[in-house]
Design a binder for this molecule. Sequence first.
Ligand SMILES: [Zn+2]
Length: 452
Amino acid sequence: MTGPAVLLENGQVIDGLGHAPRIGSVLFDETGILRVGTVTPEDLANRPVTRIDATGKTIMPGLIDAHCHVTFDEPHSNDELFFHRRPGLAAIIAAYNANKVLQAGVTGFLDADCIFDLGVDLRDALEANVVPGPRMSTGGYVLLTGVGGTAGRLLPDSGTRGYGVVVGSRDEIVREVRRQIKLGVDWVKVHVTGVIPRQKHAGEIQVWSYDDLRLVVDTAHQLGIPVVGHCRNASSARDAARAGFDLLLHATFMDDEALAAVVDARVPIVPTLTFQANLADHGDLVNAAPELREIFRREIEHGAVMLRRAYDAGVPLLCGSESGFALTPYGEWHFRELQLFVEEFGMTPLEAIRAATSEAARALKLYGRTGALVEGYLADILVIDGDPLENIRILGDKRRIEHIFLNGLPVSREPPRTRRPISGWRVSPFAERILTWEMAEAKARASSRDQA
Ligand SMILES: [Zn+2]
């Protein structure tokens, strides 16, 4: 016999599968969802039931963030991420941040690459209820070639740094994939594109050969583990899709050939527009470089056209926010990917919710088992004060999240305690600008004018 059941009564039920909402009730317990729609007295017989009136509220599946970096701890720069972190403290702080993610209504997330290979340990701690947080699906170190990834020269020529491991030969690829799988990863991640000095005008370029991508896929699939790729140019999305990748991150900048390969493979995509949109729209609030804001705005506009075509051709698009950076802090912006799916892809709010729930469950490897209000599914459920179909942005207002249930159990809504600074954890520049003689002179001239 399990604990008490929970009955959410008379709410607007959004099932996460894209069906039209209906007024109804949802009954569930730790074993899963028992009834959706009409609950009869027989369903409630012989057991304690906690009843919650959801009249005027929305009952929906918990959000799933298919692209979240829970171990990064909101760095302001790659330098901070790669050179200002310590393994033990990073693990403790990742646990603290996982709770922030859960408090925002995110009941599951994929973190495909973790600093210090922490993901497996954090996932196991979350599953064992050692620390509060969402369901987690995890990768280990992202696989990089010697050319590197988005962090360029900050990466070493061999070995590990930050969230990456450099694999220099086909032997090393096979050994590292097998090592990660022995450790217990859910996914193997590859940085298929990277930034190269003097070719920056081209954005990111493909830094893996097709044959090596195939080798990763063959080695991982043989052991039953899927592969996810960071693909931020056209050829990388094409080659990763053809090589048998199971999930693509970004897939912005696709051309017709890449689109055809992605559609052919029906490989799900996590476009991840939130980071770029935050920089483009709110970069002024955090003194981001104006030219960066322009680049990211263009990436969204270009990406949206091709990604919409992929979606229309049957490619699943999943919501993932890239939370974990200073521009995308934990628990703040997960909802924004849904908003961008509506604004940039022209999805309906119902479609965007599906992309962040039942479809995003693919990233948890729980497709068909969570992310929808269906009898027999795991009970990861939110009660929202208001109607996200009228305004999808209300999902970003944590005050409107009245209840969160994870695995059928209520989540304690105690917000994480406020943190104090930790020595050496953040980059602390001597100065934000170069101090020239002319600046000092100008200041002196201004003060003598004031005195005159
Ligand atoms: Zn990422």
